[in-house]
Design a protein around this ligand. Structure first.
Ligand code: SF4
Length: 258
């Protein structure tokens, strides 16, 4: 099988429990919740289609292209080896992301990555079953997209998404080891303002008129910094009120790295 890769690059993991760790990022092409095209934002099956700011279309990014498993794994290892000077005590780490990486990541590729010495992580929307052998599973639930994965290493919730099905208490009975909330990125917030709204995108079925008004006001409030201050405040309040949750910041953006 060949794999469609948007980009492959060496950086630090910026978010969640592995934040700050050197990592190769493998971004697969394609997602099951949105086509990735602007004109389809209002039609995505997940509410995240209205705010997603990830480019997962095509194969035109750094080291993008179509690869066989062995070739892709060796290319990833070459990126690691090209950057790491002294690797004792640090297992090579690769984060499979997208788009939705479970559309392509399979046991053959996981085996090939393991053969190159990688610890294999995935960042998934949790709507699809995963192949065996992944070493670190991070699930990021999305509005309107029912979870198939109910356990893993890390649950990372973009908050607030404005729908009842993404309220944090909905997930607290699941089998995760680490619990993070992360404010929506400011760029994503801007995209959401431009996106056509559907009944589900602002949680019409679940929210009162007052809630919707407050959410709309928060989305439209003027901001001066690059951070989504309202979202960040909501995340801080949540972590204080429900201490199983911890705050995740997009530290790679603070550090100015990809
Ligand atoms: S699942 Fe992730 S990549 Fe896919 S549309 Fe939603 S936010 Fe974007």
């Amino acid at each position: 099988m060949s794999y469609a890769v948007k980009e492959l690059f060496f950086t630090l993991q910026g978010e969640g429990a592995q934040s700050g760790r050197a990592a190769v990022f493998l971004r697969f092409t394609g997602c099951n919740l949105w086509s990735g095209r602007e004109e389809d934002r209002g039609k995505g099956s997940g509410g995240c289609a209205r705010w997603c700011d990830t480019d997962f279309v095509g194969t035109d990014g750094d080291n993008g292209g179509r690869y066989e498993a062995t070739e892709l794994s060796k290319r990833a290892r070459a990126l690691w080896d090209g950057a790491v000077r002294e690797g004792r005590g640090a297992r090579p780490y690769i984060v499979c992301t997208g788009g939705e990486p479970s559309l392509q990541l399979d046991e053959a590729l996981i085996e090939a990555l393991h053969a190159e010495g990688f610890e294999v992580a995935i960042e998934t929307n949790g709507t699809r079953a995963l192949p065996q052998g992944i070493d670190w599973v991070c699930v990021s639930p999305k509005a309107g997209a029912p979870l198939v994965l109910t356990g893993g290493d890390e649950l990372k919730l973009v908050y607030p998404q404005g729908t009842e099905d993404t309220e944090p208490e909905r997930f607290e009975g699941l089998a995760f080891r680490h619990w993070f909330v992360q404010a929506m990125d400011r760029t994503a917030l801007s995209a959401s303002l431009l996106a056509p709204r559907t009944a589900s995108t602002l949680g019409d079925s679940a929210q009162s008129e007052g809630d919707r008004t407050a959410l709309s006001a928060s989305l439209l409030a003027p901001r001066t910094a690059s951070t989504n201050e309202d979202g960040l405040r909501a995340c801080v309040a949540l972590c204080q009120q429900r201490p199983r949750w911890r705050l995740s910041l997009q530290t790679h953006k603070l550090a100015g790295i990809p």
